[in-house]
Design a protein around this ligand. Structure first.
Ligand SMILES: [Zn+2]
Length: 322
């Protein structure tokens, strides 16, 4: 639904910025919403190959961003969240066949406790020879619901086990369920990752924040060609920054350096609306109740988008927030 709405607002351009994609399960029709069929995976890989997209390791994108290099338009980074067994049984050979690098973000407890749907340490050791092993938490909690203290315990435990079992110090972290806010982000950053990756649809440009890289899901029903057209919108979110205390979104204020006068705003549960920009600023009253405790605000100018994810946080509520 969101895709259709966005597509009606964006202009069509051939190239966009670099894109990070996320997969979960492969060839596993028990969970259609988080699955990618093998036919679809091959179609996507062929599309990258035939259209001169370059599938690069995540590390290469991180280096380019760190060194403030230009990000080529045809770069694609492939990531896999949750160390499901179906990657090993159904997709690993295809990644090897195309020689496509990948990063797999490990939910440590699942492998540590031998949950049946998840990879073993032995399988991860084999996978490590072809792709990078990254961190996706120890216990896969909804992190905005976890106290600072327990979050720190989760990071420490998970990272220690990855080091012990695989001799890996992950360079990147992805949030379980893609859920985070500034409090969670700050704690994640303190563990020294080179990059933190979210699950907000979008693209990566040379100005993108290494600790908040957008990543688009290629699961369930997808539209790869559309996703590849998105560009990153350079946006400074003044408001909202946190999930509003009473759930009432009063206003939106985002500054950009765009010259356009027309843009779009999407709010989860409320859909898209047109918005006027004044000297690159989105600034207007909203006065809408956020329907979902996990709401996305997306602003768009042409095919450039920027997302703010707002999640209700009971630990944040105790603080003195604006
Ligand atoms: Zn996950």
């Amino acid at each position: 639904m969101k895709t259709i709405l966005i597509s009606s607002l964006i202009a069509i351009t051939l190239w966009a910025d670099a894109h990070i994609f996320i997969y979960h399960r492969f060839g596993d029709d028990r969970y259609p919403a988080t699955n990618t069929t093998i036919e679809e995976l091959r179609r996507e890989f062929e599309y990258f190959k035939e259209n001169d997209y370059k599938v690069i390791p995540l590390n290469q994108l991180i280096s380019a961003l760190k060194n403030k290099e230009n990000i080529p338009n045809n770069w694609v980074v492939l990531t896999i969240d949750d160390n499901y067994k179906s990657f090993y049984t159904n997709a690993f050979e295809i990644f090897k066949e195309y020689n496509y690098p990948f990063s797999i973000f490990v939910y440590v407890e699942a492998t540590e406790k031998n949950y049946p749907d998840y990879l073993t340490w032995e399988q991860l050791k084999e996978i490590k020879e072809y792709g990078s092993i990254e961190f996706h938490s120890y216990a896969h909690n909804h992190m905005t619901e976890v106290s600072d203290e327990d979050l720190k315990k989760d990071f420490e435990k998970g990272l220690e086990i990855l080091k012990k079992e695989l001799n890996v110090v992950p360079k990147a972290f992805s949030y379980p369920y893609g859920e985070y806010n500034l409090r969670v982000q700050k704690i994640a950053k303190s563990y020294g990752f080179d990059a933190i990756i979210n699950q907000n649809m979008g693209a990566v440009s040379d100005f993108s924040n290494l600790y908040d890289l957008d990543r688009t899901a290629l699961v369930g029903k997808t539209d790869l060609k559309l996703y590849l057209r998105y560009k990153a919108l350079k946006a400074d979110w003044k408001e909202p920054v946190y999930f509003p205390k009473d759930g009432l979104l009063k206003s939106i204020h985002v500054t950009t350096d765009e010259e356009a006068q027309n843009g779009g705003v999407y709010i989860t549960g409320h859909g898209w609306q047109q918005a006027k920009l004044k000297d690159g600023d989105f600034e207007f009253k909203v006065d809408k109740k956020l329907i979902s405790k996990r709401s996305r605000i997306v602003i768009s100018v042409g095919n450039k988008i920027s997302t703010k994810l707002l999640i209700k946080d009971k630990h944040e509520a105790k603080r003195d927030l604006p």
